[in-house]
Design a protein around this ligand. Structure first.
Ligand code: ZN
Length: 492
């Protein structure tokens, strides 16, 4: 029997503002969509927190033995500088400034994004579609919404008619905004907007002659509005009704509100059962901002190259630190807080090592099952990772008592204890206990020692020994390369 059948999971639904029992559309399967990054600059630490939160959700759903399809998009076109559908396309602007192709910008920052998330041990999503790869799907949706009378074309652009939509449906259902406050065009007052109403938002924008990223459409040459891609890609890969839609808190309005309106307009139903929003990250108690220099790049945390930090921190410590806060709470990032997390994390790692060598007994002095239930209860309560971690520290206490002979466990209980602990630490929280890092350091040391021995052999004209070392390493998949500066190696 699949694990999820015994684990009633409750998720806080942003649209109803309550914790609800999670029941998927299709039993045993979960469709989850998370708004991905706009790849025009290095990934922001706040966004990293959002993606890590949903990585944890993905991991826990997998752990519960759901079949999860996790879709996270890459926005590589259509995201304008402001939410009012005005200004320059963020990617095109960067391309213009750096005098490179927009797709070079996209490639550079997609690689940066993937690199950082991988370092932090985030699992890749099941599908990672791009906006530019789904222009046809987006055009089809616009045609549909226009045909239903809920969008209008003007001067080669198409806008969603929010007031018309609001006659039969409710716009603002997620953000709780009143229709009169849901204004999308700050420039309306100067009379420059071509929209019928300031609440309307762009589905398609006419491209000016200098706009590089452009496609043909029934309304002329242009590009899609930002909100549309998520409707196109979530519908395509997860269907008209799917289980979970996630993103950062800042996306509730207008982005997610517009997604709901678009999907309701073309499919006649609300697209998502559970809306989940991750809270923001502050730095030393203040909003992160490039202009005030209260800012840090994720890569700088690992290298320690930022004044904000006293020293570098490993990706696992950063991950542990973020998991110590609930995803819906504001998390404040500071050097002191990371140092405290590092201590806690080291204690946990130490305990996991100790556990490998504890002796079994005939009786158990504590009930492992109760502890295991507490771990599940924490996660089933809207993914409460701080409570889960508190339970992991309970386990650390038990391990230390076991080590000192002040507690006992039978073989069966010890196996359950170890299995559960490993599942939550490695599979659910996604922590890595740095052993891989340590062993690669050791490997480097050993190979360098052999390289030195081979050099000595060559200096002594002992060619047989020199070749032997090279061939044996090659057989292990380690290739030596001799060059002017000496010998280097590649692990295949
Ligand atoms: Zn989105």
């Amino acid at each position: 029997m699949s694990l999820f059948k015994n684990q009633p999971l409750k998720i806080y639904n942003s649209i109803t503002k309550t914790k609800e029992l999670f029941v998927p559309v299709t039993e045993g399967s979960v469709g989850m969509y998370v708004c991905g990054p706009t790849v025009y600059s290095n990934v922001h630490l706040g966004n990293v927190r959002t993606f890590m939160s949903f990585d944890m959700v993905f991991r826990y759903l997998n752990h519960l033995e759901y079949k999860v399809r996790y879709v996270r998009n890459i926005t590589d076109a259509g995201h304008m500088e402001d939410d009012a559908d005005e200004g320059e396309d963020k990617i095109a602007k960067k391309a213009r400034i750096e005098k490179i192709e927009p797709m070079e910008v996209v490639q550079r920052y997609t690689l940066d994004f993937h690199g950082i998330l991988e370092k932090l041990n985030n699992l890749p999503p099941s599908i990672e579609p791009t906006a530019t790869g789904h222009i046809i799907e987006q055009i089809e949706i616009i045609k549909d919404i226009v045909a239903k009378g809920l969008a209008y074309e003007i001067n080669g652009s198409v806008y969603f008619d929010v007031l018309k939509y609001n006659e039969t449906k409710e716009y603002g259902v997620l953000s709780g905004r009143k229709i009169e406050d849901a204004v999308h065009n700050t420039r309306l007052l100067d009379g420059q907007s071509e929209k019928k109403n300031p609440q309307d938002f762009a589905l398609w924008k006419k491209a000016s002659p200098q706009h590089i990223m452009r496609w043909s459409s029934p309304w002329g040459v242009g590009f899609p509005g930002w909100h549309l891609e998520c409707t196109a890609m979530s519908t395509k890969y997860l269907g008209e009704k799917f289980d979970i839609h996630g993103g950062g808190m800042d996306l509730k309005f207008p982005h997610h509100e517009c997604e709901i309106a678009q999907a309701e307009a073309c499919n006649g139903q609300s697209p998502v059962n559970f809306w989940m929003h991750a809270n923001m990250l502050t730095l030393n108690g203040q909003k992160m901002s490039k202009s005030t220099r209260n800012n840090i790049l994720p890569g700088e945390i690992f290298s320690g190259e930022n004044k904000v930090l006293s020293k570098p921190f490993s990706p696992s410590v950063v991950r542990f630190f973020m998991m110590q806060a609930h995803y819906r709470s504001i998390l404040d990032f500071s050097s002191e807080a990371l140092e405290a997390s590092e201590k806690g994390y080291n204690k946990l790692v130490e305990a996991l090592k100790t556990l490998e060598s504890v002796q079994v007994s005939q009786t158990s002095s504590f009930v492992v099952q109760d502890w295991e239930n507490d771990c599940y209860s924490a996660m089933n309560d809207d993914f409460n990772t701080p409570i889960l971690i508190a339970n992991l520290f309970e386990a650390v206490k038990h391990i230390n008592l076991l080590k000192d002979g002040k507690a006992t466990l039978t073989q069966i209980d010890l196996d359950l204890f170890t299995k559960t602990l490993h599942a939550f630490v490695y599979d659910v929280l996604g922590l890595v206990t740095e052993t891989t890092e340590q062993s690669s350091d050791k490997l480097e040391g050993v190979v360098n020692m052999l390289i030195n021995m081979r050099k000595q052999a060559r200096d002594n004209k002992d060619w047989a020994m020199s070749d032997h070392i090279r061939d044996e390493l090659k057989a292990l998949g380690i290739q030596l390369k001799d060059n002017k500066e000496g010998t280097t190696f590649i692990v295949e």
